[in-house]
Design a protein around this ligand. Structure first.
Ligand code: HEC
Ligand code: HEC
Ligand code: HEC
Ligand code: HEC
Ligand code: HEC
Length: 281
């Protein structure tokens, strides 16, 4: 008996420890984004073009995902004296032609599609590269809003740019809508992690397709993406139907309980009347 009691207690402690560990693990990405490296400390106090990157980077999607100065530029983020030494892997500032390879260390698929495109073929000869469209330090979440007459008619007319925008827009709206639906399911406590993971991978695969700047290619692959999105959409609909059935049963139970309440009240009343009558004939 005491043996199982002790086992139960140990189990509880293990559960508590597990809970605390998951809590810390959840907090960790936030800790990573604010980690003060020597790069941030020193550059943050520099004026002009040396300090500006820190302020621009702070609100970027890279900062939010723990990608810091040294992840892009290399170097040693823990050693003030040797921080920018090539011996510690410092890469410096990439020139125009080197930028796709610089960003492509992490965005492999995007780089591949970009290099094979009309833009990639014009690299160093007036074509745009990653930083032309996304910026260098203030990189934000990618969306079709990046395709607009102001940014896309600097080098050629907007015609073909507009066509590729309408080709991606419909699928992109559907992805955003599914993201919203999954979020509201998560808010009421439904486990959506697996579906969210699938959707995120699909979203990234679709967004990388833009870099081909090939309207025909985007159009021909859209059907495949729509089919896969349809599958996720179907699973969301299933979960929602189940929730609605549960709500319906809940409603029926309430009606049943209220009915029982009224019935017992009526029985009680007639019983009282019976007693009253027998006491005061
Ligand atoms: C003690 C201050 C200090 C630290 C620490 C420091 N930097 Fe610098 N950084 C500078 C100064 C000053 C310059 C400009 C002069 C130069 O290029 O040496 C500079 C230049 C740069 C440049 C531009 C180089 C160029 O060719 O124009 C980059 C990129 C850079 N730093 C990134 C980093 C990264 C990444 C780290 C951390 C791994 C870091 N720095 C750490 C002070 C610092
Ligand atoms: C996502 C990758 C990335 C991150 C993260 C990043 N940089 Fe850069 N940085 C670049 C690129 C690319 C360039 C060259 C941009 C260009 O040619 O327009 C650059 C240029 C610079 C320059 C030269 C600016 C100039 O005007 O000459 C400095 C200094 C610099 N970065 C410092 C930093 C510091 C400090 C951090 C951390 C707060 C940082 N960078 C984070 C990609 C990055
Ligand atoms: C050390 C790895 C690394 C390097 C180098 C890097 N990135 Fe990123 N980037 C990430 C991570 C991690 C994310 C966040 C996860 C995601 O959305 O894919 C991200 C996100 C992005 C996004 C948003 C994607 C989205 O989902 O909407 C863009 C755009 C982007 N990076 C552009 C660039 C550009 C441009 C460069 C070069 C100047 C660059 N990145 C260099 C790791 C990197
Ligand atoms: C001509 C402008 C342009 C150029 C050049 C460009 N991008 Fe993009 N990028 C976009 C647009 C627009 C989107 C969003 C497309 C969409 O919403 O379907 C995007 C999406 C992305 C994404 C999100 C997709 C994903 O897989 O997470 C990343 C990351 C990214 N770009 C990185 C890069 C990198 C790295 C380069 C250079 C090799 C680059 N981009 C070159 C305009 C550009
Ligand atoms: C820095 C200059 C520059 C910018 C900015 C630019 N482009 Fe281009 N674009 C080019 C060059 C160069 C070519 C190749 C020559 C041509 O076809 O005109 C090209 C070609 C294209 C093509 C034709 C591809 C083909 O195979 O026929 C499309 C579509 C396109 N760009 C879309 C865009 C979009 C969308 C944007 C904005 C997000 C944009 N471009 C921004 C320079 C640019």
């Amino acid at each position: 008996m005491t043996g199982t009691g002790a086992a139960q207690r140990t189990y509880r402690y293990l559960q508590l420890i597990f809970f605390l560990v998951t809590l810390i693990a959840r907090v960790d990405p936030a800790a990573a984004q604010t980690a003060e490296t020597v790069c941030i400390q020193c550059h943050g106090s520099q004026p002009g073009r040396l300090g500006a990157p820190v302020r621009e980077w702070q609100t970027s999607i890279h900062a939010a995902n723990g990608i810091s100065c040294h992840n892009c530029h290399g170097g040693d983020p823990t050693d003030v004296a040797m921080a920018m030494s090539p011996e510690r892997g410092f890469l410096g500032v990439p020139n125009e032609r080197a930028i796709p390879g610089f960003c492509g260390r992490c965005h492999v698929g995007v780089q591949e599609d970009y290099l094979a495109s009309a833009h990639g073929r014009a690299l160093g000869k007036g074509g745009p590269q990653c930083v032309t469209c996304h910026g260098n330090h203030a990189v934000l979440n990618a969306s079709p809003d990046l395709i607009n007459p102001k940014d896309c008619s600097r080098c050629h007319d907007y015609g073909r740019a507009g066509e590729i925008k309408s080709a991606v827009l419909e699928t992109d709206r559907r992805i955003t809508e599914l993201e919203r639906q999954l979020l509201s399911l998560r808010h009421i406590g439904i486990a959506t992690r697996e579906m969210e993971g699938e959707l995120f991978a699909l979203r990234n695969r679709f967004h990388r397709l833009f870099h081909s700047v090939d309207v025909e290619k985007v159009r021909s692959q859209t059907a495949g993406f729509q089919t896969e999105l349809g599958k996720i959409s179907g699973r969301i609909a299933e979960v929602e139907a189940k929730l609605n059935r549960r709500k319906l049963w809940g409603g029926a139970m309430v009606v049943l309980l209220v009915g029982c309440g009224i019935l017992s009240l009526l029985i009680y009343r007639s019983y009282r009347e019976e007693i009253d009558r027998s006491q005061h004939p």
